[in-house]
Design a protein around this ligand. Structure first.
Ligand code: 2M8
Length: 419
């Protein structure tokens, strides 16, 4: 465990701001210098949330900058490449510039958890800036329309992810089964160096899936009829539901009707309960036609819904607080249940704790007035960053930092937790 000199709240806040300053490129905040040198979609939404009180000007620029990457289909890409810095998979893999729906700025061809509606609401709540709501609202309506039309692959009202990267939890054990069901892949890297953080062949599968989708012209018909990876993820959809509710509250400010957003939220809620609930929320593999019965932090996404029925709320909170999750670890919240065979406390989304999922669960706890749980999540997360710094993720047992340093969402959400 690394020792850090004790820091009080004010100093921690100053450190967090310094990280965000350093990671601001002039046109967006990169998740971390070096490792992630471009703008990532849900990372930016977390940055907007974290900066809402202290730097609303920067929060507004952050969101607009990301939205410059939005496709005319409404799709908000998971990466926007503002700089020339190398990253794999970079623009040469995605080839967005060859696609008629893509904007002039280079982007990836996948999307990410649609947290932006909630982020815009957060910003409004702390600034009262109606003009900005009016400005950003139409883009987020288009984002939600895209999900409802091109991504409802199961036909029941949920958006399907078509790649593990779209979940934001790349190597989560929840994707093991659908990835291993893919056809045998023979893909040569032709000079591309594999990052050592992806030591297994899953990385080849990631690249292969991305290329299949690209070569099909990023077509919605191909996703529906042929793409071999299609999963309804409770976190992605729980976040979408929360953003639909946020958009319903923002709609009158944009002189729009809140009803369609509430209807959308209702459809998502019903489908989450009908399709993903089995004593807990699990991802559904649409290609195998079954639930993926491994409990991960993603299964708590539907807790973000203030109207989640009492039975599911009680059972999900019980699981979260149990010895399968935060009841057993010193720090909240392991990304996979600790009793699962796939749990690995050292490996990215297969065990470590993350500030962003802690923040989302703390938001969920607040929505349900679970004050004690919210406080535990806040204190545990602040303890992590105080002790180990703004690391990418943390060992859930001893709190030591893992992954890269000076990670933007860890810094940004610390600012929110300190407020
Ligand atoms: C991670 O994802 C990227 C791929 O997009 C990667 O593994 O290189 C995930 O943690 C994701 O949630 C995050 O948005 C991204 C940038 O922080 O890194």
């Amino acid at each position: 465990m690394e020792a850090r000199p004790a820091v009080d709240d004010a100093a921690l806040g100053r450190e967090a701001m310094a990280v965000l300053e350093a990671n601001w490129t002039g046109s967006g905040t990169v998740p971390a210098p070096g490792l992630y040198p471009h703008q990532w979609s849900w990372d930016s939404a977390f940055v907007v949330i974290g900066l809402a009180r202290r730097r609303p000007d920067r929060a507004r620029d952050e969101l607009l900058s990301l939205l410059r990457g939005q496709w005319s289909t409404g799709m908000v890409p998971h990466i926007v490449f503002h700089t020339r810095e190398a990253y794999f998979p970079g623009p040469s893999l995605w080839r967005s510039q060859e696609h008629a729906a893509a904007p002039p700025v280079l982007t990836s061809g996948l999307t990410a958890p649609p947290l932006h509606g909630l982020a815009l609401w957060w910003l409004y709540r702390h600034t009262g800036d109606r003009d900005f709501v009016r400005k950003a609202y139409p883009a987020l309506v288009a984002q939600h329309d895209y999900l409802a039309s091109a991504r409802d692959l199961g036909g029941a009202g949920l958006a399907a992810i078509v790649h593990p990267w779209e979940s934001g939890m790349d190597d989560s054990p929840a994707w093991d089964q659908p990835l291993h069901n893919l056809p045998a892949i023979h893909y040569g890297y032709r000079g591309v160096e594999l990052a050592d953080r992806h030591p297994d062949s899953d990385h080849e599968r990631y690249v292969w899936l991305a290329m299949r989708y690209r070569d099909a012209g990023y077509s919605a018909g191909y996703l529906r009829d042929e793409h071999p990876f299609a999963v309804e993820d409770p976190m992605f959809n729980g976040i979408w539901l929360a953003s639909c509710q946020a958009m319903a509250e923002l709609a009158p400010l944009a002189r729009a009707d809140p009803a369609p957003h509430l209807e959308q939220a209702g459809r998502i809620r019903r489908a989450l309960l009908d399709r993903l609930w089995d004593g807990g929320f699990y991802a559904r593999d649409l290609r195998a036609g079954q639930l993926i019965k491994v409990a991960t932090v993603g299964g708590f996404g539907p807790l973000l819904d203030p109207e989640l029925p009492a039975e599911q709320l009680r059972a999900a909170v019980e699981l979260l607080e149990s010895a399968r999750f935060m009841g057993a670890t010193g720090y909240p919240v392991p990304s996979c249940e600790i009793r699962a065979g796939q749990f690995d406390r050292t490996r990215y989304w297969r065990g470590p704790s993350w500030v962003n999922t802690n923040w989302l669960l703390r938001r969920a706890a607040a929505v349900h007035s679970l004050d004690h749980l919210a406080q535990q999540l806040t204190n545990g997360t602040l303890r992590l960053v105080r002790q180990a710094g703004f690391r990418e993720c943390f060992d859930p047992f001893d709190g030591s930092g893992r992954g890269c340093r000076d990670f933007s969402w860890s810094a940004a959400l610390t600012l929110d937790l300190l407020a």
